[in-house]
Design a protein around this ligand. Sequence first.
Ligand SMILES: *Cc1c(COP(=O)(O)O)cnc(C)c1O
Length: 490
Amino acid sequence: MLYQSTRSRHTVNSLQAILEGIAPDGGLYLPVDLDSLNVDVARVADKSFEETAAVILRTLFDEFTEEEMADMVRRAYRGKFETEDCTPTVKVGGDYVLELFRGPTSAFKDVALSMLPVLITEAKKKLGITEKILILTATSGDTGKAALEGFHDVEGTGIIVFYPNGGVSAVQKAQMVTQEGNNVTVCAIEGNFDDAQTGVKNTFAACAKKDLTQYGVRLSSANSINIGRLAPQIVYYYKSYCDLVAAGEIKMGDKINFVVPTGNFGDILAGYFAKCLGLPVNKLVCASNQNDVLTEFLNTGRYDRRREFYRTNSPSMDILVSSNLERMLYLAAKGDCDKIAGYMKALNEEGEYTVDADLLASLQDTFFAGCCSEEKTLQTIRDTYVTYGYLCDTHTAVAVAVAKDFKATEAEGKTVILSTASPYKFPVSVLSAIGKEPDADEFRVMEQLNEATQVPVPEGLAGLKEKKVLHTDVIPKDAILDYVLKKVEA
Ligand SMILES: *Cc1c(COP(=O)(O)O)cnc(C)c1O
């Protein structure tokens, strides 16, 4: 299958798209003919999570045989999630919650980052590439740990994660600095997340000019610009739909809505892919926190990143430039890559762009957008807990609140809310939301939350405090390139 950049006519096959991550022109890869692809939901109705994943991933990456993909999916998921079906859907009030946090690091990024290392290593084999793939990642918390968990001890790969010193929660830090594995490096930088991200981007640019293959290394990325990370996320939209059919909540063919707590627009874009592949979807609801750049854009057509950046209680959605929106614009503009390149140039140089009326109308056909304040997020956690006995994290709460606004405007179809993190990943906010005073020690807060709610602490988070710290490097923010080169040359 061919993949094309969003910014030019540059095309590659799916194996190259997975390995490269980003196109040489700075664009993102998309299947050349997404509209012609189809996965009939009836075909996967009785299948397991793994079987559904194999069908969907092979549709997008058809260089792999059915047998190969079935084996890859098994290696990625078997025995790694709390529940065998990986992403259960539960009924909460009149809606449904799709729990995506049952993986090893208790965040939804596990679903994709369990699969990506397998896709990368197998793509590498098929292309006859022998160099080691070195993954560089800047993280504000969740991605780093999920990527470490996915790539540790995967042969032929290495991973370096940079996180802002003092910029992640105690639990998130402990998750990363205790990571075991013979191919992993975790390093704090003296700076914020943007400094880490800029340092990593500059390192990619600088290394593109040097030939790292002389050291037997190629660099790649594990964030959601990589199509190999996006594709596995399509699976749970199908799975959740089929679960509702099996439970008798909907009939096969009924259209339903999905509400998605959104940051980089990766998760919700996977929902759009599912719709393109034929899943009966009415609306995809884009839920933002106080950083409401996407709400404004989807309601007005104007994207303006020149605004105040808020640190919120749903930090994994604190983002002003949503990278994957570029893919959505390309699809809505029917592949007009010059137009997209123009918008992205304007965003870079002037900090804003406005899409034309047709494009906006086509986006609004599919998407509803809303946002939620800090206070309302906590209020929603409390209300959901008190009314339904369901404990949700801050990111999920944003989606629950926006779902309510959405349903006030549109009644058609049942609504599934995507839950992207365990409440134990953000215990301080969640415990305060239900009216309890959190201790100063975040690990103690997890116990407090457990005592107050009896909701079990996920295995990967319990016992974290006792684990040995293995990574202690701290470097200045402008030393990332040197740090990477030293590792490469070693
Ligand atoms: C990354 C993340 C999100 C946002 O997902 P995008 O694909 O970036 O839109 C939402 N919630 C949590 C908990 C996350 O870690």
